[in-house]
Design a protein around this ligand. Structure first.
Ligand code: SAM
Length: 248
């Protein structure tokens, strides 16, 4: 009671919903979702009859106060997004903060998120990485951000949509160099799941050659700039040792 549950839903394959998520969605008084028609399909699939209420970027501020009131009156409410984990490039930030400010409970029900799913199979370093979400749609603003990331050592992760994938890859080739290793993970967990690995130039070619490679949803992962490993035999180390020996 008096609890907001932040519930992850599948990013494609409907079997990827946890048992706990299903229990919570059935037991709460209300489910807040981005698009009621979209979430109704998942609820039908789960046999869940809990009422749905839309909560998106345009009404989140107004609806949050009402949702807090309902929580204070003893109800429990779930927040889901169209796919994956709420608040990850999706609404919920405003609501979660309203609930925290009202000193009510916020409980996570974890599950799928495209960023983690893509990282887990990318083959790129996952010990440290940087999530950049969606890039701007206009090439000027996009290049500005990409240029600022060009010397980053961390694996860079971006979300991308079908109508922008080619433009973003072209700008990445300019900012990072066409020979930078990249992974494009498309339609994860869905029928046409594809993972392209290679240099940016390789992947650009593969995307240009096949219409289907431009369809669907994408996670783009770019290898960070390699950290230079200086070995004991490196001429700069030898020179430094010689210099130090001369001083001593
Ligand atoms: N909240 C979601 C999550 O936790 O991953 C992300 C929502 S965001 C509005 C949608 C973007 O996530 C898509 O444009 C795409 O970049 C990525 N995405 C979602 N599902 C995906 C999938 N099945 N395969 C690849 N990327 C996906």
């Amino acid at each position: 009671r008096n609890t907001l549950y932040v519930v992850a839903t599948p990013i494609g394959n409907l079997a990827d919903i946890s048992e706990r998520a299903q229990q919570v969605l059935r037991s709460v008084d209300l489910i807040c979702c981005e698009d009621t028609r979209h979430s109704a399909r998942l609820m039908d699939h789960l046999g869940c009859t809990t009422p749905l209420l839309s909560l998106h970027e345009h009404n989140e501020r107004d609806r949050s106060a009402m949702i807090v009131e309902r929580l204070q009156s003893g109800q429990s409410i779930a927040l889901v997004s169209d796919a994956g984990t709420p608040l990850i490039s999706d609404p919920g930030y405003v609501l979660v903060n309203h609930v925290i400010d009202a000193q009510l409970q916020v409980v996570p029900i974890p599950g799928a998120s495209a960023v983690i799913t893509a990282l887990s199979i990318s083959g790129l370093p996952t010990d440290r990485w940087r999530f950049e979400g969606f890039l701007p749609s206009k090439t000027g603003a996009r290049l500005k951000i990409l240029n600022a990331l060009a010397t980053d050592h961390l694996t860079l992760v971006f979300y991308e949509s079908s109508h922008r994938i080619e433009g973003s890859l072209a700008d990445m080739a300019i900012a990072f160099g066409a020979d930078r290793p990249i992974v494009v993970a498309r339609e994860l967990t869905k029928t046409f799941e594809t993972v392209l690995r290679g240099t940016i130039a390789d992947v650009q070619q593969a995307v240009a050659a096949d219409n289907n490679q431009r369809k669907g949803e994408f996670v783009v992962l770019v290898q960070g700039v390699a950290t230079e490993v200086v070995g004991i035999g490196d001429e700069r180390v030898v020179a430094l040792v010689n210099e130090l020996t001369a001083i001593l």
